[in-house]
Design a binder for this molecule. Structure first.
Ligand code: NAD
Length: 287
């Protein structure tokens, strides 16, 4: 039995990031506009601080403007809303990213929905979700978009392929299933109420796992030769692990993403691509 090929998300993300940096330079020299990403961090959550720091570093590396706002956890909902409205009207701001989760007590959905669709680089507003559901061009959520790039890197033809997505969240599983459907895959969405998960996942030519359950998927869930994408990330005493038991699944899958070094690096690279796309849209250029 041969072992699966590893999908090198770190390398694919580096390639995408260099393309974005080159495109940003070309865009800025032809329009005089420097795309800017406004990151909003509320409170002191250490994990969110790391995520935002990584995004800001990537913004600078891509040649874009790092427009960061850090507000204390005791700020009011209306003060955040006022800041988002200000950024929405500011021509130097191409994209607005509100780092989630917010500290308890805030209505995140209401705040997210204040971001105009053209600046919604996370693709999380109701309007952006509606555009995706209708197949109308718009900014798409970063992680599922990155997963599509990883799937495409294997060379698999998605048209007519059987795809199974485990998870149906607004952030990952939901948009993931729509992106796969847009490419004419036959898509099944499994979730926490699904009975006999193995019988569903073993049909998958492409299996995307975003359940947030460490080690949920083992070799018995896998069709021989399948493309397996592990979106899960869990910090354990033995380092980062995913939702897929990598060592056993790689013996049956055709392709597999590692954790770390699979989906994770793609998310930030796509965020940079989305910020440039937003700047292009606002300048009236095709994306
Ligand atoms: P979530 O908790 O919002 O959603 C999890 C989904 O999985 C739900 O729809 C639920 O029904 C389903 N689910 C839970 N247990 C299940 C089970 N036993 N069988 C089948 N389905 C089950 O999580 P999320 O925000 O979608 O994130 C999922 C995972 O992806 C998490 O580990 C998260 O940390 C990770 N994540 C990674 C990135 C990245 O950049 N790599 C980005 C976002 C999320």
């Amino acid at each position: 039995m041969t072992s699966a090929k590893i999908i090198d998300g770190s390398q694919i993300a580096r390639d995408l990031s260099s393309r974005v940096a080159a495109d940003v330079a070309a865009f800025t020299s032809s329009t005089g506009i420097v795309p800017g990403l406004a990151t909003l961090l509320i409170g002191e959550d250490p994990a969110s601080e790391v995520y935002v720091r990584n995004k800001r570093t990537a913004v600078v590396a891509a040649g874009m403007a790092d427009l960061h706002h850090h507000l204390a956890a005791d700020v009011s909902q209306s003060a955040i809303a006022a800041l988002i409205a200000e950024l929405a009207a500011d021509g130097t701001v191409s994209g607005i990213l509100l780092q989630l989760p917010l500290p308890s007590g805030f209505d995140s959905a209401a705040l997210i929905n204040l971001i105009p669709a053209q600046k919604d680089v996370d693709g999380l507003t109701t309007l952006s979700a509606g555009l995706l559901a209708r197949g109308v061009p718009g900014l798409r959520p970063c992680t599922p978009t990155g997963v599509m790039t990883l799937i495409d890197s294997t060379g698999i033809n998605l048209d007519g392929a059987t795809a199974v997505v485990v998870g149906r969240s607004e952030l990952v599983g939901g948009p993931m299933s729509r992106l796969l459907l847009e490419r004419n895959a036959t898509v099944t969405v499994a979730h926490s109420h699904t009975r006999d998960l193995e019988s569903v996942t073993t049909r998958a030519d492409v299996l995307v796992v975003a359940a947030g359950r460490p080690g949920l998927i083992g070799v018995n869930h896998i069709k021989q030769g399948a493309v397996v994408i592990d979106v899960g990330i869990h910090r354990t005493d033995h380092g980062l692990v995913g939702d897929v038991r990598f060592d056993e699944v790689r013996e049956r899958a055709g392709w597999i993403t590692p954790v770390p070094g699979g989906v994770g690096p793609m998310t930030i690279a796509v965020l940079m691509a989305n910020t440039l796309a937003a700047a292009r849209m606002q300048a009236g250029l095709p994306t």
